[in-house]
Ligand binder design. Structure first.
Ligand code: AMP
Length: 134
């Protein structure tokens, strides 16, 4: 897609530090190197984010992300892994091409990833009532 940064990386028009590539997926290091080894896994077929990605493409991209995460642990590079997707501007998405972040974590690295420290005034039952899908 024109004017998509990650499509340009896929096309080789912008360089990247490649970790893995096949016909459908590319994985490369995040430019921030924060934390070290921060990796992005992207489908070659353009989609914006979680909402418009077809399920087969999403499943395969996740499968490769899992393989890369296992590889980082297997080679002793990471003691643990965080995986996340920012989907939508209000969720912090900056590049509008679906990408899975892989953060290699090391014992005692002190990164506070999971907690937002924003407590809700609603009960879990109220939240579940609002969110339930079936
Ligand atoms: P997000 O905020 O989820 O959209 O994440 C976009 C990510 O792309 C950020 O972590 C950026 O550091 C990363 N990024 C932006 N430009 C490049 C680039 N040219 N090469 C590698 N990573 C990039």
């Amino acid at each position: 897609m024109d004017n998509c940064l990650f499509c340009k990386i896929i096309a080789g028009e912008i360089p990247c530090h490649k970790i893995y590539e096949d016909d459908e997926v590319l994985a490369f290091l995040d430019i921030t190197n924060d934390p070290e080894g921060h990796t992005l896994v992207i489908p070659k077929k353009h989609s914006v984010n979680l909402m418009d990605t077809d399920s087969d493409t999403f499943a395969y991209t996740c499968e490769i992300a899992q393989e890369i995460a296992q590889h980082y642990v297997n080679i002793g590079y990471a003691d643990g892994i965080n995986i996340y997707i920012n989907s939508g501007v209000d969720a912090g998405q900056e590049v509008m091409h679906l990408h899975i972040h892989i953060l290699p974590r090391k014992q005692g690295d002190g990164i506070n990833f999971a907690r937002t420290e924003k407590q809700s005034d609603k009960t879990l039952a109220e939240v579940a009532e609002t969110l339930k899908l079936n």
